[in-house]
Write a new protein. Structure first.
Length: 137
């Protein structure tokens, strides 16, 4: 998507209806289709190095935190927006500062949410849904 967009950023670009239509039709579908393709090839076992990297055990804690971060991210952004009392100066340094602050806050809250809610509930569900021990005959 970003590579395709560089065409439209070129000052010497001349608009053509075909290229503009192609961009507007495919710009929103390109990334989801690419992610879907990666999931599909990893599922059928043809993912190669991508499947090995995504299946790496060291990424397991991050995957658990990512779901909690997904749930909390909009809440953190809304709190930040609602507590802003004046307009912000939009410059590169300010945007990077806000980005890293938001990521830090979201992942700290995600860790608290995971350790305080998701992990204990998962343990209780595992205990309740665990198969009863087989009796030896």
């Amino acid at each position: 998507t970003l590579f395709f967009m560089t065409i439209f950023d070129d000052p010497e670009y001349v608009q053509t209806p075909l290229l503009d239509t192609t961009y507007h039709v495919w710009s929103r579908q390109a990334v989801p289709l690419a992610v879907t393709w990666v999931i599909f090839v990893c599922t059928i076992g043809s993912g190669g190095i991508i499947d090995k990297v995504l299946s790496w055990r060291a990424l397991l804690p991050l995957s658990r935190l990512n779901y909690c971060a997904y749930l909390l991210h909009m809440v953190v952004l809304q709190v930040q927006i609602y507590r802003t009392r004046s307009s912000l100066t939009v410059d590169t340094l300010n945007i990077w500062h806000l980005f890293f602050a938001d990521v830090f806050i979201v992942y700290i809250l995600a860790a608290i949410l995971y350790l305080g809610v998701e992990a204990p509930i998962g343990n209780v569900l595992n205990c309740l849904l665990k198969d009863s021990p087989k009796s030896s005959e």
